[in-house]
Design a protein around this ligand. Structure first.
Ligand code: MEV
Length: 317
């Protein structure tokens, strides 16, 4: 009998709190239903174990540059299920562009773990899932907060504090988010290392910026719960200024943010590690979002997505 397995996960965006979350400040993040990663396994009788990962965003050049962490998790899973001796073909199909702050490495890993457990019909607890994913994230990013794995595995937006809190975050917003990809790869590992260096060289100033980012996250939570889109837009702008002060922006990010604002966005910032990757801009409504999205594409964004901010859930099945 042919045995099969399937595991899914989704892209994530960080609404507020990237980088400061590494140092214990809170963050708000959400999975994006439209942008999915799927891993499938199928048993074979050809005696070979194969991993086909050509399907990242449908383009070979969107593969993550470093698959070491992902390979390590596959290794652990193989050993875990060792003895159930069959061979399989595995295929990763991911719509997430790699290294753009969307959680590509975490999403691939989460989908992969879910797929293995599905294939071997084993029970997977949330703890086990995150423990394995965190292992990959540590190899890939070096001292990550765990936020990416927690968000891409979640079916709803989350409020997150490193090693302390992962809880559902309920929003009541009428505004719409526009996500735009600069097309520039930004390595989270390097971005995290940059902040670490600044903390070493200018501890007081950097600590103060990190704390201010944390404060903005707390204020953003209030806005998101009370439909205060104008205020949230301003908080996005303030966060972007602080993150840029840390050297985490990029000329393409700055360009897209400007285009979004000129075309009616209430505020905009990059999302994720920065130094490339994606921006998020708040639009008053769907019509504005569509216009902003079109203008961002005209300005050179390689892709855009429109995401209502009142989204409650994502289905990983
Ligand atoms: C990356 O998506 C988010 C960062 O805050 C790193 C982390 O939380 O691990 C930059």
């Amino acid at each position: 009998m042919i045995q099969t397995g399937l595991g899914n996960s989704h892209a994530k965006i960080i609404l507020m709190g990237e980088h400061s979350v590494v140092y214990g400040e809170p963050a708000i993040a959400m999975p994006i239903s439209e942008i999915k990663c799927s891993v499938t396994m199928k048993s074979t009788t050809d005696g070979q174990q194969t991993l086909d990962s050509r399907y990242f965003s449908g383009q070979i050049n969107d593969l993550p540059t470093d698959m070491t962490g992902i390979a390590q998790v596959i290794n652990i899973l193989e050993q875990r299920f060792y003895g159930q001796d069959d061979t399989w073909h595995m295929k990763i199909t991911s719509m997430l562009p790699a290294e753009r702050g969307m959680g590509s490495s975490a999403a691939t890993t989460i989908a992969l773990i879910r797929c293995f457990y599905d294939y071997y019909q084993a029970t997977l607890t949330e703890d086990e899932l995150l423990k394995l994913a965190d292992l990959e994230e540590h190899i890939t990013h070096n001292n990550p907060s765990g936020l990416d794995a927690a968000t891409v595995s979640s079916s709803h937006p989350i409020w997150f504090i490193r090693d302390q809190v992962i809880e559902p975050f309920e929003m009541k917003m009428n505004a719409t988010l526009v996500i735009a990809d600069t097309g520039i790869r930004g390595k989270t590992k390097e971005a995290i290392a940059l902040v670490k260096t600044q903390l070493r060289d200018q501890p007081q100033a950097t600590q103060s910026v990190i704390h201010q980012l944390g404060e903005l996250t707390v204020q953003a939570a209030t806005c998101l719960k009370n439909n205060q889109s104008l205020e949230l837009g301003q908080l996005f702008n303030q966060a972007q200024t602080l993150l840029a002060d840390l050297g985490l922006s990029h000329s393409e990010i700055d360009k897209l943010i400007k285009v979004a604002k000129v075309n009616g966005a209430l505020g905009a910032k990059f999302t994720g590690g920065g130094r490339g990757g994606c921006i998020i801009a708040i639009a008053k409504n769907q019509t504005d979002a569509k216009l902003i999205s079109d203008k961002l594409i005209d300005a050179g964004a390689t892709a855009t997505w429109v995401q209502p901010l009142n989204t409650i859930g994502v289905n990983h099945d």
